[in-house]
Write a protein that binds this ligand. Sequence first.
Ligand SMILES: Nc1ncnc2c1ncn2[C@@H]1O[C@H](COP(=O)(O)OP(=O)(O)OP(=O)(O)O)[C@@H](O)[C@H]1O
Ligand SMILES: [Mg+2]
Length: 254
Amino acid sequence: LGRVIAICNQKGGVAKSTSTYNLGAALHERKQRVLLVDLDPQGSLTLCCGFEPDSLPKTIYNALLKRTPVEEVLLKTNFGCDLIPANVDLSIAEMDLVHAMNRERRVAGLLAGLRDQYDFILIDCQPSLGLITTNALAAADEILVPVACEYLALRGVLVLLKMYGKVRLRLNSKLKITGFLPTMFDTRTMHSRRVLEELHQRFGSKYRIFDCVINRSVRFAEASAAGQPIFNYAKGVPGAEAYRRLAQEILRDP
Ligand SMILES: Nc1ncnc2c1ncn2[C@@H]1O[C@H](COP(=O)(O)OP(=O)(O)OP(=O)(O)O)[C@@H](O)[C@H]1O
Ligand SMILES: [Mg+2]
């Protein structure tokens, strides 16, 4: 059965979507069958995969709330991963679900039928801890937390850990944290270095912090705009290999 990993941090702009598709592409290179799930009405992951979210007739919204078979929603990316896309319709789902039965387990139900077809299912969460994100955490085995090496980043980690504790108590006692992934690391500043050190000091004894650090580079945005993984788009550029190393770390030591 595949590992379901939620890429989650309620803080915005920490590279959740970027990490989801690049890690997915790197895992696919290592012969893994990968499904990417966009669980953000912004549709960033869908865009990174080369699709225009608002032109898609059917998205995860239809599969979650309109009983559309998931095969009708599924797309194939040109870097080997499958994708369940999202667009702004997903924000309606958040409202529709409030009064629904089993409202926190809809995504889990959707993925249950897919788990045996993939080695990895990566869920890109939106920057909030509402009902849709709760659904992601109820469906996941693991959380991977991208943390930007920036001011205030660590406060966000505390908020996320609180949510993690609640979900484990109420919804998903098996949920664990795969690790923290330092992102947006600026090699030129002391500040980035300090935040990384503090991340290790405060959380390193209890949680895994990946050795792999993702440097800040405009190339990531360019690669996303081109719908390509960074290691294909910016071959030879320092840092472009980082998500391959992350994939290795995750495969080597689950
Ligand atoms: N390593 C990086 N260096 C520089 N820019 C990056 C890096 N990774 C991602 N970005 C850019 O930063 C922006 C935010 O990244 P991304 O969308 O992946 O973050 P996110 O956490 O998913 O955001 P949101 O919270 O809005 O969902 C994007 O423009 C992206 O291209
Ligand atoms: Mg995102």
